[in-house]
Write a protein that binds this ligand. Structure first.
Ligand SMILES: C[S@@+](CC[C@H](N)C(=O)[O-])C[C@H]1O[C@@H](n2cnc3c(N)ncnc32)[C@H](O)[C@@H]1O
Length: 274
């Protein structure tokens, strides 16, 4: 099975994770700051199964009539979930990727790219592409919890222990994890590095905030069943085995540390096109 097909296996969807209230909170935080009157053409880049698209529509409320919301994602299975979940005349979903978004949409007033920028290998290229899709005074908003600064003090050991225990479970089942497969996209940038990339792409220096939430154990179980998370944590491991090992590894890490809910930071960044 190719990596793309594997990532697109709908049994390993992001949807279950999106139902946790803290996830709505970190996304609503940024949607409320960038979506409002005057934003007529809005791109939900990396829309996945549509959780953020719903928040955009909720934010627009009765003002949605003359608005166009375009959800873009490279995953056909995520897009079919989004299409099944959202029936609105102002929304359309398209298959595509951030790397060539300016060839799909132009003259946008807002591009939101939530919980996805860490997956992109060439972030400078993608941010420059996003700049090209925006109108003057357009806004680019992104958030991520996979950045250098995501771990709240004292919790780094727990996150590392989870992966170590999952690798141990795999080894017990005769599966080796090849560390050399670690994707470039999984490199964690600092908030300053993200901010500099925006400026280099022609944006005004962005506002950067950290929002701290508590992740309950069920949310960690759910993210451990998401294809792109499994591929990031356990590169090269088949999804079925990876997901089972992350579940067992989580149990072991929690038993050993007595940790239950774990705090974590979300980076929230808003850049304006001059
Ligand atoms: C963790 S999900 C986030 C979905 C949605 N934005 C949300 O916050 O609920 C990440 C999404 O980014 C998409 N993605 C991965 N690489 C991408 C790229 N290069 N351009 C656009 N989207 C990408 C994935 O297919 C996936 O649907």
């Amino acid at each position: 099975m190719s990596v793309h097909c594997q990532a697109d296996d709908e049994r390993f969807s992001f949807e279950a994770f999106t139902r946790h209230p803290f996830f709505t909170e970190v996304n609503r935080w940024i949607v409320e700051r960038v979506i409002g009157p005057g934003r007529r053409k809005i791109v939900d880049l990396g829309c996945g199964p549509g959780a953020v698209t719903k928040l955009i529509l909720e934010r627009l409320g009765g003002d949605a009539r003359n608005v166009e919301v375009i959800g873009i994602d490279p995953s056909p299975s995520a897009l079919s979930k989004a299409r099944a979940a959202i029936h609105s005349q102002v929304v359309r979903f398209m298959e595509g990727s951030a790397e060539w978004v300016s060839r799909i949409v132009s003259a946008a007033d807002a591009v939101v790219f939530l919980n996805a920028i860490h997956l992109v290998p060439d972030k400078a290229q993608v941010i420059a592409e996003i700049r090209k899709t925006l109108n003057k005074d357009g806004v680019f908003a992104f958030n991520t919890t996979f950045f250098n600064g995501a771990y709240v003090e004292g919790t780094g050991a727990f996150w590392r222990r989870w992966v170590v225990r999952a690798v141990q479970v795999l080894r017990e089942r005769g599966i080796e994890v090849k560390h050399s497969d670690h994707a470039v996209a999984r490199q964690f940038l600092t908030p300053e590095e993200y901010s500099d990339l925006c400026v280099q792409a022609g944006f005004a220096r962005p506002s950067v905030d950290l929002v701290r939430i508590e992740m309950p154990p069920e949310s960690m179980r759910d993210i451990g069943r998401f294809s792109l998370f499994i591929e990031g944590a356990l590169p090269g491991v088949p999804l079925e085995e990876g997901s089972a090992a992350l579940e067992k590894g989580l149990e072991r890490a929690m038993d050993e540390t007595g940790v239950c809910a774990v705090p974590r930071n979300w980076l929230e960044c808003v850049a304006r096109a001059p």
